[in-house]
Design a protein around this ligand. Structure first.
Ligand code: SF4
Length: 459
């Protein structure tokens, strides 16, 4: 299915665009959304609502800076910061608890960062047990943690496992030593192998490895060697992210020697090789950087059309309301987005005043709700049923999306997208440019792209 990818097609669609982990995308979040509005929305959301809950915990600290990093992170060698942060994180959860209906079950929990495994085992126990005591955990919970093998011990994993972790996402990025040196992320392969062996020893059945293509010093053959090692490890999931080189937004990326970045053409060749190699090795390409084994829950969810997309990427937990805790974390429930302060100082200050540390947010209007539905269907199910959309939202699809359908024409002409009476369907090759296809349905995209360079490139 992916054995002869047309590189010119990738080249044509390699342009800036959102990742659609939300719609509208995050640049639309604004300061008009206040803590008072958040409380109003939170109270309404918990009235007579049995919707499951998904929790995201952001641990922003890291030991050293990877030059490619695109996350909201604080580099510190001082473990004391983690204790202070732990205090405030628990305080935020305690404030939230007053509004949360305990009839609602937590079906998903994710620790992201930064580096959650930068916490020591005692700190992990403490936060993990605190959350367990405050929320009603479902018997079946998807409990994931992002792990950096550097500095990791078996005791860290034991601590996460004892508080509920049953899936793990390990940052590898690239096994090649030159690439590691050029990006200031020295990670000898034996420590990655240890992390995987320990996870399996603890019975973790779902292991994801994160890789990045487009890093400095990377070549097609060097990345092929990395992929060979990854295939040998045989993780359940592999995420291969496009390196988002956005030094105007992430100034530390200027530490990368620009001359060492692969040329645009080579980068696309690396992507082509990656997709061909991983699919040949038996992985299914879900779309948007994600490869999974055919019996993985994510593959099954895509088949059953229950796959969902949120700020952690793809999720099998459609329908859950997302509540994020920690500096910069994002929540999404009842057609509302809210984001916490992105600086520790403001995050702590609000909590010192016993206030939610809300910095930005957005209340969706009816048009946003309809477009989000269509975009999520395209990104997750790789098709949208027009008749279903018409019935669900009482609209005429052709009239409502007249402009989008015109934009979609070029994809149809090239056989990337198919349309019949009832459906719009994305063909195999369209999985490589899902963001570009989704952009046809985004009401804000033209204005956002014109205003400032905020998005990474799509391919
Ligand atoms: S460990 Fe992850 S979050 Fe921390 S600097 Fe490196 S890439 Fe960024």
């Amino acid at each position: 299915m992916f054995n002869n990818i047309d590189i010119n097609l990738l080249k044509r669609y390699d342009k800036p665009g959102p990742r659609y982990t939300s719609y509208p995308s995050a640049p639309l979040f604004n300061k008009e959304y206040t803590t008072e509005l958040y409380i109003e929305d939170l109270i309404k959301n918990n009235e007579n609502n049995l919707n499951p809950i998904s929790i995201y915990l952001h641990i922003p600290f890291c030991d050293t800076l990877c030059y490619f990093c695109g996350c909201t992170t604080i580099i510190t060698p001082n473990q004391k910061h983690l204790d202070e942060y732990r205090f405030y994180l628990k305080k935020e959860i305690s404030i939230f608890e007053k509004y949360y209906s305990k009839n609602r079950q937590v079906t998903q929990l994710h620790w992201g960062g930064g580096t959650p495994s930068y916490l020591n085992p005692d700190q992990i126990f403490d936060i993990g047990n605190f959350i367990k005591s405050r929320f009603n955990f479902s018997h079946y919970i998807e409990y994931g943690v992002e792990i950096d093998p550097r500095g990791l011990t078996f005791e860290h994993l034991e601590a996460f496992h004892s508080v509920g972790m049953n899936r793990i996402s390990i940052g590898v990025q690239d096994f090649n030593e030159e690439v590691q040196r050029a990006t200031n992320r020295i990670q000898p392969e034996n420590i990655t192998f240890d992390a995987i062996e320990w996870s399996r020893k603890l019975g973790i059945k779902s292991i994801n490895l994160d890789l990045i293509y487009g890093l400095p010093k990377q070549t097609i053959s060097s990345f092929e060697q990395t992929l060979d090692k990854v295939i040998d490890i045989s993780p359940e999931r592999i995420a291969v992210f496009n390196f988002a080189y956005v030094p105007w937004m992430k100034p530390h990326q200027k530490l990368i020697n620009q001359n060492e970045l692969p040329k645009a053409e080579d980068k696309l060749e690396i992507l082509k090789m990656t997709i061909e190699k991983l699919t040949k090795a038996g992985y299914l390409y879900i779309g948007m950087d994600h490869f999974v084994k055919p019996d993985d829950e994510m593959a099954i969810a895509q088949k059953n059309k229950t796959l969902y997309r949120n700020f952690q990427g793809y999720s099998t937990n459609a329908g859950a309301d997302l509540f994020g805790f920690g500096m910069s974390s994002i929540s999404h429930f009842s057609n509302v987005y809210s984001q916490n302060h992105k600086s520790l100082e403001s995050y702590y200050q609000n909590l010192d005043n016993n206030q939610f540390p809300i910095s930005l947010g957005y209340r969706m209007n009816q048009d946003d709700i309809i477009r989000k539905y269509v975009i999520m269907k395209l990104m997750c199910d790789l098709e949208v049923n027009k008749l279903e959309v018409e019935q669900k939202f009482k609209i005429n699809f052709a009239d409502y999306f007249a402009e989008s359908i015109v934009k979609l024409e070029e994809f149809k002409e090239q056989g990337i997208v198919y349309e019949d009476e009832s459906k719009i369907i994305i063909g195999d090759i369209g999985r490589l440019i899902l963001r570009n296809i989704a952009m046809c349905f985004d009401a804000y995209i033209d204005k956002l792209i014109k205003e400032k360079p905020i998005f990474s490139r799509t391919v």
